[in-house]
Write a protein that binds this ligand. Structure first.
Ligand code: UD1
Ligand code: CA
Length: 465
């Protein structure tokens, strides 16, 4: 049985009180709608459509990394049933089952969707609805039953006090059969509700037409948590974060304080790595085995090899750190940095678009930008690549085994060949050949007795001027 997927993502999300469309809020490093999409794609559907409307182009752009999606635009957001109707032209000639998901219900799991589909097929229902029993049903549509049989779904705002006390809710995820239903869908839905076209009213109208409607209850009610407000987003974020920490700990990672450890969904960490409090690992970050990430480290979209130590309070973005390297404390590795095996980056060092070769060291107070640095190089304290002339960036090339004395300025473009030695305090503007000493500073002059001579007049006029 081929299945198709439809994700409803056109709503504004008024209750978020945000200019950002609701489905574009981030959770564990993915957009809300990307969580839904990921679960949906595990079904390997024949087609995946997304209904967009509020800030449609922004939502479409947010999903531009996902190929093969079809979009239906719901110009006016007249309700979830109306959203489904907008997708009719995309699905008109299709057969099989349509799985409808809400873009703001991000924790839904593939196994639950498969169970929904299995029940839908086994019972030959026209519509199957995912439900849950929850402690706090506030805000959700309530499932009304009579003698166990589903009668209808009542929205919070339309429910009586007695109905509001019911704790079985509509999860906002549905399986429905395209063939018997689709031609009549418009009529069915429009008949169901007046000003807003509710998708759940499909239940009532299907029943009155003698079309069977089924339900499947989720085992873990968290899977159908809908996000309508910032505080619900924070609650769900907590669930996602905790489960990621659990996953890492189960794989042998030591997390000293899970309450302050923030790891995005797609991050991997190898066994016996120790994560100290307050560490944040974002995006597509991979950390190897036996690493030590000290307190306050933030790593974004980076790859860290095995046995790496990152000391406290480093910010590392789009960087690659090879095995055995040490970084920080207080280092800022900006995009396109590569730190070689066993290399050292010390405190108050900033790098950008820079490769530091195997075993090389930049231990203190240094800026390295647009630099290619070989192996076993010593970059002295306070070395600065002057890579920017106000218009353009220029490269610095440093060979293997180069020694750069402290307080050196390297005015790019410039190249220091293998084994070159730069005297401390130099301002290097010309290339230095292999094995040569580069000195670029004024000779020191000592003026004997100068201090005494300077002081003498001021001894008489103590107020100075
Ligand atoms: C909906 C259900 C409710 C269910 C709950 C589960 C309806 C009428 N109610 O309520 O029974 O318990 O989800 O989370 O369906 N959307 C559109 N176009 C629209 C309106 C909404 O695409 O015109 C999208 C939204 O972007 C959102 C989803 O549909 O992703 C759900 O809409 P929302 O307004 O959040 O519905 P709820 O009030 O949560
Ligand atoms: Ca919702």
């Amino acid at each position: 049985m081929p299945s198709h997927v439809l994700i409803m993502a056109a709503g504004q999300g008024t209750r978020m009180r945000s200019h950002r469309p609701k489905v574009l809020h981030r959770l564990g490093g993915l957009l809300l709608v990307e969580h839904v999409l990921r679960a949906a794609q595990s079904l390997v559907p024949k087609s995946t459509s997304v209904v967009i409307g509020h800030q449609a182009e922004r939502v479409r752009a947010g999903l531009s990394g996902h190929k093969g999606l079809k979009f239906a635009v719901q110009l006016e957001q007249l309700g979830t049933g109306h959203a489904l109707l907008q997708a009719m032209p995309l699905l008109r000639d299709q057969r099989g089952t349509l799985v409808v998901l809400s873009g703001d219900v991000p924790l839904i799991q593939p196994s639950t969707l498969r169970r929904l589909l299995a029940t839908h097929h086994e019972t030959s229902a026209a519509v199957t609805i995912l439900t849950a029993r929850v402690e706090r049903p506030y805000g959700y549509g309530r499932v009304i039953r009579n003698g166990g049989r589903l009668i209808r779904i009542v929205e919070e705002r339309d429910a009586s006090d007695t109905q509001r006390r019911l704790n079985e809710i509509n999860g906002g995820i549905y399986a429905l059969d395209l063939e018997p239903l689709f031609n009549a869908l418009g009529d069915i839905l429009r008949a169901g509700a007046a000003d807003e076209i509710y998708l759940p009213s499909l239940v009532t109208t299907c029943r009155s037409r003698g079309l069977p409607v089924e339900t499947v209850e989720v085992t873990n009610p968290d899977e159908v948590r809908g996000i309508n407000s910032q505080s619900e987003l924070a609650e769900v974020r907590q669930i996602v974060r905790q489960s990621k920490n659990e996953e890492l700990m189960a794989a042998g990672v030591t997390i000293e304080d899970p309450a302050t450890t923030y790891v995005d969904m797609d991050v991997n960490v190898g066994p016996d790595t120790v994560i100290h409090p307050g560490v944040i690992l974002e995006g597509r970050t991979h950390v190897g085995a036996r690493c030590e990430l000290h307190a306050g480290v933030r790593i974004v979209d980076s790859t860290v090899g095995d046995d790496v130590v990152v000391n406290n309070h480093c910010v590392i973005q789009r960087t690659r750190i090879e095995r055995g390297a040490r970084v920080g404390p207080f280092a800022h590795l900006r995009p396109e940095t590569e730190v070689g095996e066993n290399a050292r980056i010390g405190n108050f060092v900033e790098t950008k678009k820079t490769t530091l070769g195997q075993g090389s060291k930049a231990n203190h107070l240094t800026y390295l930008g647009d630099a290619t640095i070989g192996a076993d190089v010593n970059v002295g304290a306070g070395t600065i690549t002057c890579n920017y002339d106000g218009d353009a960036k220029h490269p610095t090339t440093i060979g293997n085994g180069v020694f750069i004395g402290s307080g050196t300025e390297l005015v790019a473009p410039v190249s220091l060949e293998d084994g070159a030695y730069i005297a401390a305090g130099s301002c290097i503007t010309d290339d230095v050949p292999a094995g040569a000493l580069g000195v670029a500073r004024n000779r020191q002059v000592n003026k004997g007795g100068w201090v005494g001579r300077r002081k003498a007049p001021s001894d008489q006029t103590t107020t100075g001027s």
